[in-house]
Ligand binder design. Sequence first.
Ligand SMILES: C[S@@+](CC[C@H](N)C(=O)[O-])C[C@H]1O[C@@H](n2cnc3c(N)ncnc32)[C@H](O)[C@@H]1O
Length: 307
Amino acid sequence: MPVQQGADQWYSVGELAHFLKADESAVARLLRVDGLRREDIAGVGHLHRADLDRFFRTFQAAQAIPESRHALPEWLEGCSAPWAVTLTSRYREPYVYPTALSPAQGDLLRTLVANIAPRTTVEIGSYVGISTLWLAAGLEQGGSNGLLHAIDLFGELWPFPPYRYAYVPDLLHLARESARAARLDQHIRFHQGDSQEVGKRLGALLDGPIDFLYIDGDHTAAGCLADFLLYYPHVAVGGYIAFHDINPAHCGCTGPRQVLDAVVKPSPTLALVELPTTPENYGIALVRKLGVDQHLLTMPAADQRGR
Ligand SMILES: C[S@@+](CC[C@H](N)C(=O)[O-])C[C@H]1O[C@@H](n2cnc3c(N)ncnc32)[C@H](O)[C@@H]1O
């Protein structure tokens, strides 16, 4: 927990080392030499909250830890559409890889949405809004005047060694700014909160049934199942449900795979296509709801998250 002094918050060397999975001595050394806002509190070095991001980036450079970034395709870097310019600049930030999807995967989503032209799209797991921009760019291209509801906890973002050395205090603000810069904000409504809580209010939030649901939030089996079961009744017959990260051997999470195998495949009214993705084969599943499966409406999901 940071130390609060008036309006200021200070993080100890120990806390910083914990976030960085690093040696306290290396962190303490860097705090001293870098001229950051530093304070000795009870004999221990502390860093001001406002300098966290700069410190984490400085730490990465000082330790010569290579930056991990998605490679950008030439066409995206060369595209002057505001959404492409915004995506290009966001993809250069150190907080993107590997959590946000790759440009090739994003472009797949954009193309699907542009062709399907959904009126109502829901995304569970927006993170910094990269996939949100790809989906909304598809809405813009499809010309359907569709609306995307992007749901996430939108908490603070801390380092995630060995990939990410950054701090973002307000992910919702960042995602909103990206949507504005991309000139796609007219297509997007952000909802900050647990997908289970937001999901219970969907009837009031949506104008009509969901035509395209993108699930990329809680990747545990219990969390992914709970999201699928809660949102499924709101998906239109004929509508689509896409799952990201369906190949545990590549992405390291098992939830989406388990939901596909245990719930989607056995259902006679869900048609499933599994798509490989590049450069990492995290995989995307596209599911079409062909009818209402009564069994899924009554399947228990409560307590599945283990909370
Ligand atoms: C893999 S990231 C999403 C990446 C994003 N779709 C992209 O490709 O740009 C997963 C996101 O799900 C969010 N998340 C996890 N559990 C959640 C929950 N219960 N409710 C809402 N969001 C959740 C996390 O905050 C995180 O931002």
